[in-house]
Design a protein around this ligand. Structure first.
Ligand code: ANZ
Ligand code: ZN
Length: 855
């Protein structure tokens, strides 16, 4: 092959990208009457450079977008930047760059990189969430939510660095200490802004059932996160005076059936009862210790169970004379249920650990149905099913029946004129705390006035802009010390007032960007009619790390948007796909330092350092990460091989939901295929006008089958299968060339093939499209039709049963006669085994369906 024939991807690709841009090929018109299709990949954080994970994610989305466009849909495929957040502030602190400059510089680099991938994006709709226009609209949404009663202000806990005197984000707390000061972090209560996502807990849970194009695992994660529990609120009467003045201690339990096994009560350190006792030094010290532990459920789960016996006791609701001690305990969360429990050690592991530590009774009351009276509990709580025992009027009942009976009994019983029990549903989901004491976020548009209280910033005064002249040389939120920002006149009374300095959690920004893309220039946050036309997103693609918060917040947001009057599309994403990671081998030198792949030589001899020649250690295959240096820069790959090779490789071999290993061999194979296609199509083109001597039906069938199968594969997001079919089709084409099939068939097969690989390798497709003399862009060509009649098989495969059991199958001509089939079947070794060669009692042939042998 001559050098000229080599396909020079980098040069060719740039040419086509310019041509697409000039033709505005991927700009979407909201008024286009064709059926709409919205495909979206989770927008990137502008960290600096794109990584292979982005390449994989965006390549997949682009296949879907290009395919749907070819199928005649009006496709929306936009891109933007999730641009607020901590790293920009860190850069400002460490390097003195303004967060805005850092962010926009990164966006410029990453936009160029994304463009080099040849993605069919509508760049005219691009925005960054840190653009004033975007956060202006977000402030309007916030105020609309406030008015709709969806925003509250409540005390919330924050990490407080006592040395830097500042609030820390969770990621700034390292092993319980401030990342900068090293001081032990404290928990502080501060007034914070919350979105009332709990108003929708039930609905967010129920509607998961309608999301049938979401991965089951994501729905399960959301279900667990929302955490719906059915149980009973029970009130326990104090045996004596209660220090908090209440007559009873109320708990929430999901296991009222175990009430006869109760041996203690426990309340959270922040419970009113604990607070009422806090003037005692020993109580105060215990509470302080619990506070240090923090509030994250994980930390609490991991910590050793600790309790403080208050000396108070409550009465057992059913056993006359039995009382239970009341503890303050570190494993009870204040913001779940009522912040208080009754402990039943035999049937709850935490309670058991606690009881063993403090010498409390362990009294089993549920046992497996086959157990006898000797049934006991050692170091493991019994949480299985069974029947009640040791439980008076519950003895012999199932757990479910006992739960109902206790609930009924306590709903009847009164304590201080109120029922002692009340059936209740509890959610683990908490309201969404959106306050961040940071600069680089969307300012919360309210003003605090001593006279008027909280005053929304009037519409005419929006946006509340982030001031540019801020300093990051002192810890804390720069907005707090910016006099010009903080000091304002109260819009209601005109007196001096203070502007809110909290900014919004960046999850707010990403909770509605997909709606904004539908009308990015609207002078209101959302154009309801347009949004309703486009949403829900038909196919959303992104990382499973966003399975909970981002997706749940977005689902809440659209409900809130509806309540605030901006249109009704409560479910934002109809189809969700979570792709796997990109992995790579890891390398270390003898001293244990991580090495970049380009620092090692793996060929021709043992693995060694490229510079020193010293042997290196090849480690595990892990997700690409900067810390382990096992990264490959997409820029290098695209510069060397072209974007099509990178895209093709990312879509090949591995199912898209699984992790894909990046290897040099894999990239080279992809690149060789690009070159091979180019050669084959060049060769085919020279023969388009020749009659040929061979039989073209095989190639013709292969091309039609490929169209049918690749459509189905792309629609099912089985990109690796679609790729495999294109390899097959290339083989069929090669064979067709060898067989000298008619030029017309070659031309038809090649034309189909080019449109079929255009979603994956769009640049090569354009070059080939032009080469074979087709009009316009491959990217604008309709998806080819296929002829069903051509694909009807001439043979059928029938299952063969012997005495009602499936034993074999047989492939026969479609129109084979019954007795011919019978003869073939009786000769099968699997059938022979049962008949022993003797004539069977009966053979029933159901043409096209099944063969039954009765031996
Ligand atoms: C008595 C009992 C007996 C319980 C037993 C369990 C097993 P879910 O399913 O998550 O809703 N609980 C209630 N409030 C709590 C709080 N604020 N902090 C820590 N634990 C709390 O769990 C409900 C169960 O978790 C409740 O049922 C309660 O313990 C505990 F054999 O009550 B159970
Ligand atoms: Zn005022």
């Amino acid at each position: 092959m001559s050098l000229e024939e080599r396909y020079n991807a980098p040069a060719v690709e740039a040419k086509w990208r310019t041509a697409w841009d000039d033709a505005k090929l991927f700009e979407t018109d909201n008024d286009d009457p064709r059926e709409k299709y919205y495909v979206l990949e989770m927008f990137p954080y502008p960290s600096g450079r794109i990584h292979m994970g982005h390449v994989r994610n965006y390549a997949m989305g682009d296949v879907v977008a290009r395919y749907r466009r070819a199928k005649g849909f009006n496709v929306l495929h936009p891109m933007g930047w999730d641009a607020f957040g901590m790293p920009a502030e860190n850069a400002a602190m460490q390097r003195g760059i303004h967060p805005g400059k850092w962010t926009y510089d990164n966006i410029a680099i990453m936009r160029t990189q994304l463009k080099s991938m040849g993605l069919s994006l509508d760049w005219s709709r691009e925005f960054a969430t840190c653009d004033v226009e975007y956060y202006h609209q977000q402030q309007r949404l916030f105020l609309a939510f406030l008015e709709a009663g969806l925003v509250t202000r409540a005390m919330g806990r924050v990490n407080w660095d006592p040395v830097d005197r500042t609030v820390l984000a969770n990621e700034q707390v390292i092993d319980g200490r401030g990342w900068r000061s090293g001081a032990l972090v404290e928990q502080r209560e501060l007034p914070q802004w919350f979105f009332k996502i709990t108003d929708y807990a039930e609905d967010l849970m129920d509607a998961l059932g309608t999301l049938d194009r979401w991965p089951e695992k994501v729905r399960l994660m959301q279900r667990n996160w929302i955490g719906r529990s059915e149980g009973l609120k029970m009130r326990f009467e104090y045996d004596g005076e209660a220090p908090d003045g209440s007559g009873a201690l109320t708990v929430f339990t999901t296991r009222p059936d175990t009430i006869f096994g109760a041996s203690f009560m426990a309340v959270a350190a922040q419970h009113p009862l604990a607070k009422a006792l806090a003037d005692r030094a020993d109580v105060a010290a215990f509470i302080a210790e619990c506070d240090r532990l923090g509030t994250s459920a994980i930390d609490i789960e991991k910590a050793e169970k600790q309790g403080f016996d208050t000396g108070l006791r409550v009465k057992h609701p059913f056993v006359e004379g039995r009382t239970l001690p009341v503890y303050i305990a570190n494993f009870i969360l204040m913001d779940y249920g009522t912040g208080a429990i009754f402990g039943c050690p035999a049937h709850d592991q935490r309670d058991l650990d606690f009881a063993r530590k403090y010498g409390l009774p362990v009294r089993p009351v549920v046992r497996p149905t086959d157990a006898d009276d000797t049934f006991g509990v050692g170091t493991e709580a019994y949480t299985g099913t069974g029947a009640l025992f040791n439980s008076a009027f519950l003895d012999g009942l199932s757990i479910a029946a006992a739960k109902a009976k206790v609930a009924d009994a306590l709903e009847e019983k009164t304590l201080d004129a109120a029922p002692q029990g009340e059936r209740a549903v509890n959610f683990r989901l908490r309201d969404w705390g959106i306050s961040r004491q940071r600069y680089w976020g969307c300012p919360i548009p309210v003003i605090h006035c001593e006279t008027c209280g909280i005053v929304p910033v009037p519409e005419a005064d929006l946006p509340v802009k982030l001031p540019e002249d801020v300093t990051f040389d002192t810890p804390g939120n720069p907005l707090d010390r910016h006099e010009g920002f903080v000091n304002v006149m109260c819009p209601q009374c005109g007196n001096p007032a203070r502007r809110e300095t909290d900014t919004m959690d960046t999850f707010v920004d990403s909770s509605w960007y997909f709606a904004r893309f539908t009308a990015p220039d609207a002078d209101k946050p959302i154009e309801p009619k347009v949004m309703e036309d486009w949403l829900p997103v038909d196919q959303y693609i992104g990382g499973v790390e966003h399975a909970i918060m981002h997706l749940l917040y977005s689902r809440f947001f659209m409900r809130a948007v509806e309540k605030a009057g901006y249109g009704a599309r409560p479910e934002p994403f109809a189809g969700l796909f979570t792709q796997g990671m990109v992995t790579h081998e890891t390398y270390k030198d003898q001293a244990g330092n991580w090495l970049f792949p380009e620092e090692v030589v793996l060929k021709d001899g043992p693995p060694r350092h490229a510079k020193t020649g010293e042997p290196i250690i090849v480690g595990a295959i892990e997700s690409m990460s900067k810390s382990k240096r096992n990264v490959v820069d997409p820029d290098d790959i695209i510069a060397n091989y072209g974007a099509d090779t990178a895209r093709w490789f990312m879509l090949s071999d591995t199912p898209p939901e699984r992790d894909i290993e990046w290897t040099d061999a894999g990239v080279e194979a992809a690149h060789r295929f690009v070159q091979r296609l180019w050669r084959l199509i060049n060769e085919a083109k020279t023969r388009f006008d020749r009659p040929g001597t061979g039989d073209g039906t095989t190639l013709q069938k292969a091309a039609h089958a490929a169209v049918r199968d690749i459509s189905a594969d792309i629609e099912a997001l089985h990109f690796n299968r679609a790729v495999a079919r294109l390899y097959e089709l290339a083989n069929a084409l090669q064979k067709g060339l060898a067989d000298d099939v008619p030029g017309a068939i070659l031309k038809d097969a090649v034309s189909k093939m080019v449109v079929c690989f255009a979603p994956m390798m769009p640049h090569l497709a354009e070059e080939c499209w032009t080469l074979i003399g087709q009009e316009g862009f491959a990217a604008a060509a309709p998806w080819p039709a296929f002829d069903e009649a051509l694909l009807v098989e001439d043979t059928v495969t029938l299952p063969v049963q012997v005495n009602g059991k499936r034993r074999a199958e047989v492939t026969v001509e479609k129109d084979a006669a019954k007795d011919a089939i019978e003869a073939i079947v009786l000769a099968l070794p699997e059938v022979h085994k049962f008949t022993g060669g003797k004539p069977p009692r009966k053979v029933i042939v159901v043409p096209g369906r099944i063969v039954n042998v009765v031996a």
